[in-house]
Write a protein that binds this ligand. Structure first.
Ligand code: MEV
Length: 427
């Protein structure tokens, strides 16, 4: 269930405990979810020790919610897990600037993942490739032969495709992973059917592994921002000027890989943070998004697209591979990831992907708007100043006051300014 209203007015002024209890109430969290959130990390050594090897501690990062998101007509508050200040504020700010046109609209493919089998030592690649394709159903049936919830829900291996690359035959098994990310299932199927593929081709099956370039699992999101919504002072004139500057910023990213990398990093600030908060394989998400740009565009460019419509509005869109799941993987074992998914309230992997794509689009626009107008640092430093106060040695009860004095000083915020403020407050 998405929430009734994602606005959460004044939320940022509340204490951490107050925010938690509001989220628990609006998302109707279970006692178990609440306990996980209260534990401040939620993972004891026993769970940690089952997840990876040689565990000696756990490490926590802050989790906050981005507000104001309306996606496909539903309100969402979106958990982000990251260390960087101002990202959540920026995404929330931009999410409310497309409300006049109804927020974000998404369109997400079925959860099709590719598993690759590399075959070596084949003499007649074309004949072997045709042989694999003619016995595709047999391979599919074998892939789907193990007991599996995914298969019982109508998912599983659906297609076999062959590619010839140099002296290699590469067989793709295409698997509908339904609500799971699916890497494990795909790897199991690839290993299971490899001996049959060897028998059909006479080759040696070497690598059998999922491809993270999930080209059949794309998530798309679009949104329209009016000039007034993007304006610095509410006026149409300022809004049109902001849009023209944003389009120049976008043009820069779309033709220059040095700028595109940072532009896309900004977009991934949202996508990866949601992935992390919701227990996803965020390295897979990062790898696939960056690879997709080059695969799709033929070179590295912007992950988003921006243009102006006939009415002067700014239209943004994003299309990215998002292999994410709401069952299996870390979600089944990480209590905070589960609680975060409950707060987000998505009911399918596709909906999670749509939310992530929309948040990425908002995040990218927030960065471009700031960079193309007032610059990024003033807003960023206002929020980052609390970290600087902690670095200066401020105690918990001093941090707010140091930040307030620094922000009201009218001076450029530097570590030495913050050090000086702390010293003078302590008299
Ligand atoms: C910082 O985390 C992200 C930005 O650099 C993105 C961008 O430059 O577009 C602000």
């Amino acid at each position: 269930m998405a929430v009734d209203n994602s606005r959460l007015k004044g939320f940022f002024q509340l204490s951490v405990e107050e925010r938690r209890s509001i989220l628990a109430e609006i998302a109707s969290l279970s006692a178990e979810d609440i306990a996980a959130l209260e534990s401040g990390g939620g993972m004891n050594s026993t769970i940690a020790d089952t997840m990876i090897e040689n565990v000696y501690t756990t490490m926590t990062l802050p989790v906050g919610v981005a507000t104001n998101f309306i996606i496909d007509g539903k309100n969402f508050v979106i958990p982000f897990c990251l260390e960087e200040s101002s990202v959540i504020a920026a995404a929330s700010n931009m999410a409310k600037r497309c409300h006049l046109n109804g927020g974000f609209s998404t369109d997400v493919d079925e959860s099709m993942m590719i598993g690759q089998i590399q075959l070596l030592g084949i003499e007649d690649l074309k004949t072997s490739s045709e042989a694999v394709e003619s016995r595709a159903q047999e391979i599919i049936d074998l892939c789907n032969s193990l007991p599996s919830t995914m298969v019982s829900l109508g998912g599983g291996c659906k297609q076999i495709r062959c590619r010839i690359i140099e002296d290699m035959l590469i067989v793709h098994i295409i698997v509908d992973c339904k609500d799971a990310m699916g890497a494990n299932a795909v790897n199991t199927m690839a290993e299971l059917c490899a001996p049959l593929v060897e028998e059909i081709t006479g080759g040696e099956a070497r690598l059998k592994i999922v491809s993270n370039l999930a080209v059949h699992r794309l998530a798309r999101s679009t949104a329209t921002f009016t000039p007034e919504e993007l304006s610095m002072d509410g006026s149409l004139e300022s809004g049109l000027e902001v849009i023209s500057r944003i389009l120049d910023a976008y043009r820069f990213a779309s033709i220059d890989p040095f700028r595109a990398t940072t532009h896309n990093k900004g977009t991934m600030n949202a996508i990866s943070s949601i992935a992390l908060a919701c227990g996803q394989d965020w390295r897979a998400v990062e790898a696939s998004c960056h690879a997709w740009i080059t695969h799709h565009q033929g070179r590295y460019g912007s992950i988003t697209e921006w243009k102006q419509d006939r009415n002067g509005n700014l239209q943004g869109s994003i299309e990215i591979p998002l292999a994410v799941g709401i069952v299996g993987g870390a979600i089944s074992v990480h209590p905070v990831a589960r609680a975060n998914l409950s707060i987000l309230g998505v009911d399918s992997a596709a909906q999670l992907a749509g939310v992530m794509a929309s948040a990425g689009l908002a995040q990218n626009l927030a960065a471009m708007r700031a960079l193309a107008t007032s610059g990024i640092q003033s807003g960023h430093m206002k929020l980052h100043v609390k970290n600087m106060a902690v670095s200066a040695g401020a105690m918990e009860n001093e941090v707010e006051q140091v930040a307030k004095v620094a922000n009201e000083s009218g001076q450029r915020i530097t570590q030495s300014l913050v050090d000086g403020i702390l010293r003078s407050l302590r008299g």
